[in-house]
Design a protein around this ligand. Structure first.
Ligand code: ADP
Ligand code: TRP
Length: 321
């Protein structure tokens, strides 16, 4: 089963990213033929045109490797290292009705937020279709906001196949319904755009400061506390097994302990949980050549498949090779 997903290199990762996405991708490495890449061409559509994309891309590779993406279990590469994807992007553009792209929510939302429309932002789903179809991907795990893009991919592939026969594999999207939304410091969805995140790779001092900012109610120290509506509890739960959760509930119910104490406890849980990832990250930060080698090896594996597929496609559409 070929499973493929792309991850945007979008700066510091927070624990919402980990529990909402990275952890799932990591688990898929053991059960499928996982293809995973860093979508740096997609990130270009929202880049500030300085050198930050380069830095963010390397940083993303280091972060994903540190958090458990294993190049021995999956094929992990940089989107821009397999140039065939841009050839397919152009070919697919000829099979993409304007109306299909005009209906894309993500594009419409960005325009509504005042982001200047450029062609790449508009044709973003066609490049995503190329990412998916180039590798005969069967399953595409995505967040809810990306479902429509996989549907567009299906539409494009079906249109292509109607003309040329069963050449492209029609993919299915996979959305993990079990994944709960991780709350941020204020209880709203944790998100970079809301400035309410707890970053995975911050210093211990920063972690103490951010966890200290989590919004709680004003129940006095001596009284029992409502764990069900507590942001600290909701976050701590992510790091605990059933027994740990039960114990924590009892401590909330018992009273006599203030929120400051629970926040410290949460800080320790987060710090310990990401200790191995921090150590790996430290290593990769000091061995960036190794990271580039991993990405190159991944690109080589990906290109082996991509180059065969693009030849078949070019031959079909009449591009002289
Ligand atoms: P942000 O909202 O901080 O910009 P992204 O949109 O870059 O985060 O999210 C990348 C991935 O992480 C997506 O798959 C998304 O579903 C997941 N994710 C982000 N925030 C959360 C959250 N608070 N809870 C669960 N999953 C999340
Ligand atoms: N657009 C996706 C996102 O923003 C990233 C992405 C690019 C992707 N190409 C893909 C995801 C192909 C799945 C399949 O999250």
């Amino acid at each position: 089963m070929r499973v493929l997903t792309g991850l945007q290199p979008s700066g510091a990762l927070h624990i919402g990213n980990y529990f909402g996405s990275i952890r799932q991708v990591k688990m898929l490495q053991d059960s499928s033929d996982l293809f995973i890449f860093i979508a740096n061409y997609h990130a270009l559509t929202s880049s500030k045109n300085d050198n930050s994309l380069k830095a963010n891309t390397l940083d993303a590779a280091i972060n994903f490797l540190s958090l458990g993406i294993d190049p021995d279990k999956s094929t992990f590469w940089l989107q821009s290292d397999v140039k065939e994807v841009l050839e397919l992007y152009w070919i697919l553009s000829s099979f993409t009705p304007m109306g299909l792209l005009e209906r894309a929510h993500s594009y419409k939302d960005k325009i509504a937020r005042g982001i200047a429309a450029n062609h790449a932002l508009f044709s973003y789903p066609v490049l995503m279709a190329a990412d998916i179809l180039l590798y005969d991907s069967q399953i595409v795990p995505v967040g809810k906001d990306q479902i429509q893009h996989v549907e567009i991919t299906r539409d494009i592939a079906i249109k292509f196949n109607n003309v040329f026969g069963d050449i492209l594999t029609i993919p299915e999207f996979k959305v993990d319904e079990d994944v709960a939304t991780v709350p941020g410091l204020d209880g709203a969805k944790m998100s970079k755009s809301y400035g309410n995140t707890i970053d995975i790779f911050c210093t211990q001092k920063e972690l103490k400061k951010t966890t200290g900012k989590i919004v709680t109610d004003s129940t006095p120290l001596q009284e029992a506390k409502d764990y069900e509506n507590c942001n600290v509890f909701a976050l701590a739960k992510l790091f605990l097994d059933e027994n740990g959760i039960e114990e924590l509930k009892q401590r909330y119910k018992k009273g006599g302990v203030g929120y400051g104490h629970f926040k410290m406890y949460l800080k320790e849980l987060i710090w310990d949980y990401f200790e191995p990832a921090r150590e790996k990250r430290e290593y990769f930060l000091n061995h960036t050549d190794e990271v580039r080698d991993i990405l190159h090896d991944g690109a080589k594996k990906a290109r082996f498949i991509a180059s065969k597929k693009i030849e078949i496609i070019k031959e079909k559409v009449g591009i002289l090779c």
